[in-house]
Design a protein around this ligand. Structure first.
Ligand SMILES: [Fe+2]
Ligand SMILES: [Fe+2]
Length: 470
């Protein structure tokens, strides 16, 4: 044993490690590929998943997976395998089939069990084993990456354990209501799917490929003989208050005219889930882009999910009911009828570009801050902080649009034209559904607030434009 102060605090600096560079590169490449696949599976599945909290966790973790993939691939490239930074290829057909099968999970519970009971614990096992066996001084850069990866895995697995009983309860609920059309699994009905994933892993001795499959043995595809399809309509929990392309506010709006627009805008944040799902669909569906595009999409997806959660957190903190209200899907469903490239430029260049204008987010943020300072109301203060950070995120998102528009569409000018055309259509759709929703509601300050905002898009000319352009 060496003293703690020696070797820069690296303990066991003189021990013999188990891996030469080639071994380390091989193992880290398998981890990197696994994270790449997990990121894509989360993205492809996100719009189809049902449980509100499960969706949120999937979005966070697909971002963390993209980060892990990036750091691991960089490390592999340093280990005399520079090709690792490119689009990953499956290092082993068994791994490819394993993740192809996981992608085909048909319910929240199957996806949960595959990711949080099979894959992540297996990743944790490999990381723990590697950390124990590698030479900590010579292989310090790998250890550094894996420390962070391990921390994320611990949190992810423990979150999985906490949501499992919730998903089991959901399964019981949806089974008793087949009219909802929600595919539901619990631990029993998901067992064959989980067992198949475990069998595939067992054949190669784990994700690290510690054993060779027997000669002539080939991985068994069961569900992944058909192509996976990203849903064209985002799924919302049927226990919520239905679906809409309009703005419906909260069930218990405040009478106070100063507070009412703040609550209305907080609700709009809670409705950004569709934007997160659109980024996820773009990540999954847009082929042949450089790795950094997918990393940006993963971040963009998680940011929009965070904004959604900002809205939830703020509304919940003051007891405003959003869950029983119609859920907004205007950021997803209408755009999935078109190529995702045009949907993504609509979001990043149209919506997020407009949000950068002086009278948009910068003003909203400044006004909220002033109101928070004046009133000291914790609800307003919390929301003012959310919007301030939201604005910072939007700057980054608009930069993604500027960065990728040419690759996606061909040239920036055409992207802008598509973005503005789609934005106009979307605003008219929103106005139409907003007016429809409020039509039979008794007159109130809140109703007028909503209708006033959309009046300029609810004219005969605008509706005719929508009818002609779809
Ligand atoms: Fe956002
Ligand atoms: Fe955004």
């Amino acid at each position: 044993m060496t003293a703690t102060y020696q070797f820069a605090g690296i303990t066991d600096a003189q021990k013999l490690g188990a891996y030469y560079v080639q071994d380390a590169a091989r193992l880290m490449n398998r981890l990197s590929y696994s994270y790449y696949r997990l990121m894509r599976i989360g993205a492809g599945q996100l719009p189809a998943r049902v449980n509100w909290h499960f969706k949120a966790g999937v979005a966070r973790h697909l971002y963390e997976d993209s980060q892990a993939r990036a750091e691991l691939a960089d490390r592999v490239a340093e280990l005399r395998a520079p090709q690792a930074k490119q689009q990953p290829k499956a290092p082993d057909p068994w791994l490819e089939v394993l993740f192809d099968e996981l992608l085909m999970a048909r319910s929240d519970y199957e996806l949960y069990a595959g990711i949080y009971e099979v894959i992540r614990p297996e990743l944790k096992r490999i990381v723990d084993l590697y950390m124990e066996r590698t030479q900590p001084l010579v292989d310090y850069p790998t250890v550094r990456v894996l420390k962070r990866v391990r921390l994320d895995l611990e949190e992810q697995i423990s979150w999985g354990q906490s949501i499992a009983p919730v998903l089991q309860e959901d399964a019981a609920y949806f089974r008793s209501r087949p009219e909802t059309g929600i595919a539901a699994d619990d631990a029993d009905s998901a067992a064959p799917f989980v067992a198949h994933l475990r069998e595939l892993l067992a054949k190669i001795g784990g994700l690290d490929g510690a054993a060779m499959a027997e000669v002539g043995d080939v991985p068994d595809r069961r569900r992944s003989t058909a192509a996976f399809e990203v849903v064209k309509k985002a799924v919302r929990d049927p226990r919520m208050g239905g679906e809409t392309l309009g703005r419906t506010g909260v069930a218990n709006p405040p009478e106070d005219p100063v507070l009412a627009p703040v609550v209305k805008n907080a609700r709009t944040r809670q409705e950004e889930l569709g934007a997160a799902e659109l980024c996820a669909a773009t990540l999954y569906l847009q082929d042949n882009m450089p790795w950094s595009f997918y990393a940006d999409m993963a971040r963009h997806c998680w940011d929009e999910m965070r904004h959604t959660l900002f809205g939830q957190a703020v509304l919940d903190s003051a007891g405003y009911d959003w869950f029983s209200m119609p859920q907004f899907k205007g950021d997803y469903d209408p755009h999935m009828k078109k190529p995702v490239a045009s949907a993504y430029v609509w979001l990043s260049i149209g919506i997020e570009g407009s949000a950068m204008k002086k009278d948009a987010m910068p003003k909203e943020s400044r006004d909220l801050r002033a109101l928070a300072d004046k009133t000291g109301d914790p609800f307003v203060t919390f929301f003012a902080q959310c919007v301030d950070y939201d604005w910072a995120d939007e700057v980054t998102h608009h930069q993604y649009g500027r960065k990728w528009a040419e690759d996606l569409i061909g040239d920036y000018h055409t992207s802008e034209m598509i973005a503005h055309h789609e934005m106009k259509l979307n605003l008219i759709r929103m106005a139409e559904d907003t007016y429809t929703y409020w039509a039979d509601k008794p007159d109130s300050h809140n109703k007028q607030l909503h209708l006033r905002e959309w009046a300029s898009y609810h004219t005969p000319e605008m509706l005719a434009f929508l009818a002609a352009n779809g």
